[in-house]
Design a protein around this ligand. Structure first.
Ligand code: FES
Length: 175
């Protein structure tokens, strides 16, 4: 994922104002309040998560700039966080995200087979959205569920020790 792949179509100034509602600011402020006043940038990850959710699952460069301004930190530092962690998306995604862990424990426990299965059955490579727009498929780094590999994150729910058939059932249940 890189900023060079960020889409050209971005929320307009008006959309961004609508997005950065008082409610959203209040939620970000709740995270800022957890840290000393001079370290408000420590809230960058939850702030990005909240803004991404409010924007339908992805972050434009302009929204990252807004987060940087709100947290009084350099925009480049926000880009670094957003491009490093796999939970942030810099392009529009489907409503649902299916994220298969590709780190070592999961690789040794069959995540490569899961990834190949999804690619073959649903016609989508990691980083892409299915042709029918049903879900965006992602390969991600360790999900912190290594003891129960292979791990898959669907939306905000973790699923562990998944077989291809079990993953199919989850995908079929996506509305
Ligand atoms: S290696 Fe997959 S959850 Fe840690």
């Amino acid at each position: 994922m890189s900023l060079r792949t960020a889409p050209l179509s971005v929320p307009s100034e008006r959309d961004r104002e609508t997005l950065f509602t008082p409610e959203l600011r209040a939620e970000i402020d709740r995270h800022i309040a957890k840290y000393p006043a001079e370290w408000k940038q420590s809230a960058v990850m939850p702030a990005l998560t909240l803004v991404q959710e409010a924007n339908g699952g992805w972050l434009s460069r302009e929204l990252m700039d807004d987060v940087a301004a709100y947290l009084e930190m350099p925009a480049i530092a926000v880009y670094e966080v957003a491009t490093f962690y796999g939970m942030y998306d810099l392009e529009p995604t489907a409503k649902h995200k299916v994220c298969v862990c590709n780190s070592i424990s999961c690789l040794l426990s069959g995540s490569e087979d899961l990834i190949a299965h999804v690619a073959q059955k649903y016609g989508v490579k990691p980083g892409q959205t299915t042709p029918d727009g049903r879900f965006t498929f992602k390969e991600v780094e360790c999900l912190g569920a290594c003891r129960h590999a292979p791990a898959v994150l669907v939306g905000k729910t973790y699923h562990e020790k998944l077989s291809a058939q079990e993953l199919d059932k989850l995908i079929e249940g996506l509305e």
